[in-house]
Design a protein around this ligand. Sequence first.
Ligand SMILES: NC(=O)c1ccc[n+]([C@@H]2O[C@H](COP(=O)([O-])OP(=O)(O)OC[C@H]3O[C@@H](n4cnc5c(N)ncnc54)[C@H](O)[C@@H]3O)[C@@H](O)[C@H]2O)c1
Ligand SMILES: [Zn+2]
Ligand SMILES: [Zn+2]
Length: 359
Amino acid sequence: MKAAVFHGPHQDLTIEEVDIAEPIDKEVLVRTVASGVCHSDLHFVDGLYPLRPPAVLGHEAAGIVEAVGPNVTYVRPGDHVIGCLSVFCGQCDQCLTGHTNLCSNRPDRDKSGPPRLSQNGKPLIQFASIGGYAEQMLLHENGIVKIDDDMPFDSAALIGCGVTTGLGAVLNTAKIEPGSTVAVFGAGGVGLAAIQGARIAGARMIIAVDVNEFKLGTAMELGATHIVDASSRDPVEALRDMTGGGVDYTFEAIGLKKAAEQCFDALRPGGTATIIGMIPVGEKVELDGHAFLTEKKIQGSSMGSNRFRVDMPRYIDFYRQGRLKLDEMITRKGRLPDVNEAFRAMRAREVSRTVLMFD
Ligand SMILES: NC(=O)c1ccc[n+]([C@@H]2O[C@H](COP(=O)([O-])OP(=O)(O)OC[C@H]3O[C@@H](n4cnc5c(N)ncnc54)[C@H](O)[C@@H]3O)[C@@H](O)[C@H]2O)c1
Ligand SMILES: [Zn+2]
Ligand SMILES: [Zn+2]
């Protein structure tokens, strides 16, 4: 099968022939139909996070089950599925207390056997246990959710990461109350999903903060009630002015230390900042110590604190009801070789999301 292979940071991915193993045990072989391009992949390409090459990136994908291992009970060939990197064991403390996204014993292939992905017998890393920039994916059955056959694959793919991350940060991690004021820093794929989560949850004010006109325009179309252009205004000052003293809930969906600090500073007393973005390894976030006296809180959010087998079908219902706009988040579609162009467009802030199509 063809896959886009990562050979190291600051280099284009190259389209190459890669061998994918037969499904064993609880593994499922999925034919990729659509694969979204999320900024997390780009952080590795940009060298902000370490990854040992060669690897197949991509982690926001949907497709059709082609074959299943002997111990798979959840799906059959022909089923439509979304992959999720939050593979769960179902037995550890985290799983048993409802935090499957934090599973401490993620099921994986036995490292002593043949790898899932290889070239001439040499292993390739399957990024996030998915490797979605490839014609096929070999996934654990606890890393997929079945979806209805009539759900379009391009929109389904977005649910695989960006949508679940943004919506889940609002609904599961922060659990905002109706009537809250919300600010979302970064109106890319994840931020637009957080904005929609805030709209669905009944936020009173939803303020999108970005540095790009196109992004801010899209944010207004998808549910923001106000915008702040951080390229021309100090966002903390702007948010305090607009809300009469500070925001109830802020969300960082960029991956910047400075924006995480601004999220905390812009809170009203008692408010909560939720950091979604991948802040580069080794960078420290600095907060005013005295601010804790006003009961401000800051927390992380991993993949929207998902229980994805429950959450993703709910998000599909929101989509069908017109409450979650996904088609509007897909600015461009491409084919697998367009992955590098999709990264360029993401850096240049030209797209909300690019989705690579395989059919
Ligand atoms: N926590 C998780 O589980 C999780 C999951 C998925 C993605 N992420 C991370 O979330 C972040 C966002 O991902 P994405 O795919 O939406 O990225 P994206 O590139 O689509 O969006 C980022 C947005 O931030 C804006 N931006 C850049 N600098 C800014 C600034 N100084 N002030 C305001 N806005 C600014 C850009 O214009 C863009 O709209 C990334 O760091 C990604 O790795 C985290
Ligand atoms: Zn992602
Ligand atoms: Zn577990």
